[in-house]
Design a protein around this ligand. Sequence first.
Ligand SMILES: NC(=O)c1ccc[n+]([C@@H]2O[C@H](COP(=O)([O-])OP(=O)(O)OC[C@H]3O[C@@H](n4cnc5c(N)ncnc54)[C@H](OP(=O)(O)O)[C@@H]3O)[C@@H](O)[C@H]2O)c1
Length: 266
Amino acid sequence: MKVGFIGAGNMAEAMIASLINSKLLAPHEISVSDISADRRRLIKQKFRVNVYSKNQIIPGVADVVFLAVKPQQLTDVLFEIASGVGCEHLVISIVAGKKVEFIQSILSQARIIRVMPNLPCTVSEGMSVFCMGGTANTSDKQMASKLLSSFGQVLELPEDQFDAVTALSGSGPAFFSYFLNQMVEAAVKEGLNRKDALMLAGQTMLGTSKLLIEKKLDPADLIKAVTSAKGTTAAGLLVLDKSDLSGIVNQTIKSAAKRSAELSAL
Ligand SMILES: NC(=O)c1ccc[n+]([C@@H]2O[C@H](COP(=O)([O-])OP(=O)(O)OC[C@H]3O[C@@H](n4cnc5c(N)ncnc54)[C@H](OP(=O)(O)O)[C@@H]3O)[C@@H](O)[C@H]2O)c1
């Protein structure tokens, strides 16, 4: 199988690393195009994959084409590659807020799958949600699931849930990091050094996630399990409960989902 990436930024780099590390693909089976000479040099150096400055080359050398440019760059890229993309291509778009219908309107022959991955795919702990375009078939679904599984968990959901998905798992790593950083800064004020505080907070976030997922715990039950009457957790939770944190989190997710919807309309 030959796989191509158009756009060699953070996400493409993370995905290429996982595809190669998992031995799903060999470097010579991967081709990448990017407008930036620096990115091409770095990706070539790091992975020994084939790199090109012209996007039009990718459909000629790949059966599966990942679209991994920013949303505002997508339209130009689609028109650039349109004449080379046919029904023999599976196109997998990871571009936030861009619907299958929009991509299909320019790449009319292609089989299209839309994916919302996230940055933890860099360490093979990504969350990828996908939806199928009308012309994509069962073997495309199997192929996409296989590729996406190399960098983490995979779930199929209807496209009308993608704005919420983008807000939660796509942008989520930034929101969790924001909260973690606030906890670290507060712990530094309590006497820890930043390095130790980062380790404590990071491992606590990792362990909490593992516990929730592996034991299939409800977050409310985990909170109960940590909290004893009049103890330290109860004292902290009292502050959270009295604050407008739930309102702020609600606004954060709502605003990210709204932006995803706006990007679809552009
Ligand atoms: N980052 C995330 O956590 C995340 C999560 C889920 C989905 N996504 C989606 O993944 C996509 C890529 O995100 P990213 O964070 O990897 O972005 P990025 O780091 O900015 O990567 C995009 C790459 O494409 C290059 N590029 C720009 N115009 C191009 C063109 N016309 N042809 C070929 N290459 C071009 C950029 O070069 P220049 O820098 O020189 O412009 C850059 O190297 C986005 O659509 C984003 O919505 C990202």
